[in-house]
Design a protein around this ligand. Structure first.
Ligand code: NDP
Length: 251
């Protein structure tokens, strides 16, 4: 039976684990081929196998998305393997939580390069290959921290707010090509990024008390949203983000 994303090729940065893995599994179920991008070969391969079990063609690409030449090698590898790219999910991200006066410049730049500059590098590399199909989707993993914030999040919030600005501007450049640019802004999801918060019973309870629905997000819920954004039905959604936060930002 035909599936909604048959014939599509999706490039997912940070595709080895967490939310990237969940989006890979969801798009594989819809028939998309996948190019999974990250630095840890074992985790990438494990996720690739799980996505292949859904029937998808999956290739993995070892890449540091903060490195211009590494991104260029990935672009050449993906286009060599698949011949095209239709969906780009800029999901790789890190968080360093500490007061501003404790940040080193190196830490600040690591967060900025991973969460923001990487998106510039990936979009610059892949947008030319995404044009001309009459369809395209760029999903940027923004955050509730694109809208609100917390102490210790100066670097993270700065990058995620800027990424929402990039999302808006790029949507204007690509709208006439049929390529939408959409942010997904998650609230707290139970992934490795949040392990330090979840392992501390006090911060875990504090977080849950701030989420009106009373639980951490489930990664499958991000997969389902990405699947919808990639569908034809979502072609009129662009230049904005979608909050998926259990009501966090509505308070
Ligand atoms: P994880 O820490 O679980 O996964 C991060 C992924 O990014 C890994 O696959 C990692 O792979 C990859 N990555 C990190 N740095 C690089 C790099 N330099 N080059 C290539 N790949 C890299 O994070 P989540 O799944 O939780 O988060 C995914 C995205 O969603 C992030 O952008 C995050 O900011 C955002 N988000 C997450 C929230 C949450 O609650 N989990 C809330 C709001 C936003 P590897 O280390 O192998 O390279």
């Amino acid at each position: 039976m035909a599936k909604a994303l048959d014939g599509r090729v999706a490039v997912i940065t940070g595709g080895s684990r967490g939310l990237g893995r969940a989006m890979g599994l969801a798009l594989a179920e819809e028939g998309s081929s996948l190019a999974l991008v990250a630095r840890d070969a074992d985790k990438l391969e494990e996720t690739a196998q799980a996505c292949r079990s859904k029937g998808a063609r999956v290739e993995t690409f070892l890449c540091d998305v903060t490195d211009e030449s590494s991104v260029e090698r990935t672009r050449a590898g993906v286009i060599g393997a698949f011949g095209a790219a239709h969906i780009l999910i800029n999901n790789a991200g890190i968080n360093i939580r500490k007061p501003i006066h404790e940040f080193t410049l190196d830490e600040w730049m690591r967060v900025t390069n991973t969460n923001l500059t990487s998106v510039f590098l990936m979009c610059r590399a892949f947008v030319p290959h995404m044009k001309g199909h009459g369809y395209g989707r760029i999903i940027n993993m923004t955050s509730i921290m694109s809208h609100v914030s917390l102490p210790g999040r100066t670097a993270y919030s700065s990058t995620k707010t800027a990424l929402l600005g990039l999302t808006r501007a790029l949507s204007q450049e690509l709208a006439s090509d049929g390529i939408t640019v959409v942010g997904i802004s998650p609230g707290p999801f139970a992934t490795e990024m949040n392990t330090p918060l979840m392992q501390n019973p006090e911060t875990n309870a504090q977080f849950i008390s701030k989420i009106p629905v009373g639980r951490w997000g489930r990664v499958e819920e991000i997969g389902a949203l990405a699947r919808f954004i990639c569908s034809e039905d979502a072609g009129f959604i662009t230049g904005t983000d979608i909050l998926i936060d259990g009501g966090w930002c509505a308070q």
